[in-house]
Design a protein around this ligand. Sequence first.
Ligand code: 13P
Ligand code: SF4
Length: 307
Amino acid sequence: MKQYSKEIQQLITEINILKKEKNAIILAHNYMNPEIFEVADSIGDSFELCKSAQEIECETIVFAGVHFMAEAAKLLNPSKKVLLPSLSAGCFMADTINAEGLKRVKAKYPNAPVVVYMNTSAAVKALSDATLTSSNAVKIVESFKEDTIIFAPDKHLCEYVQSQTKKKLIPWQGFCHVHTNISPKFIQKQKDKYPNAHVIIHPETPKRCTNLADHICGTGGMSTYIAKHPEIKTFLIGTEEGMTNKLQRDFPEREIISLMGSCINMKQISLENIKRALENNTYEINVDADIFNDAQKCMTEMMRRSA
Ligand code: 13P
Ligand code: SF4
């Protein structure tokens, strides 16, 4: 275990005791601060965590991530209590689309199925045919018989998937501030500084930047790629900077360098508010009964179509 201060070690011990008492598990997104990994039962990308939420026996799930992830966990685990330690941990990209906006696009393309990124609210999922994430996006799109598909909300992920499929994708113009606030000039400068490094970039990043990558994948795929390439010693990582903590933990002998800044939403989760969540059952995430079944179907379609 990494060396932490006495206060942090104390919090880790208290949280582990509370977890046992409450029959709770903690799911931590790859972007979390490293001390949160010490209390996590599963660490992964948004899709991997959805699967863990279903597989690990428990009464309560504490989601160390953002709101749409906790909602997705609730949709797949209606009988479990799902807690998000900070209610204001949202997602810039998920906020670029709402149910009304999606209804307008659907009216324009009445015969087109709708696929939506995990990074959407349950209300948006309820109006869609299947959820997807970076690791299964092409497979999900290809699984539809229709040739024209509405793809929301990330325009950059859409452009990337469009380059891999013959289907015609209708993009929503959403994006993530963290992944777009990076310039090709900066990436090139880092590549010049580390000429032997491989560059891995998240597909939420604009094409002008992913053009400079050796590999494009979601956060889970980054671990797989590094594991597959023991001959490469240095990696430049184009996604939220917290990812480098996770990769450095898994691959201590490699040099892992971040190309991006941090997500203020993800960084709202702390050991302190995880402990409070377990003590006070805060903040419980529920999905309105009138949209629950449709949003759940959108999630289970992703599981079915990506199996
Ligand atoms: P992943 O599904 O690749 O973990 O991405 C989620 C996310 O919010 C990236 O910013
Ligand atoms: Fe949302 Fe971007 Fe933060 Fe990911 S990094 S949670 S897409 S705001």
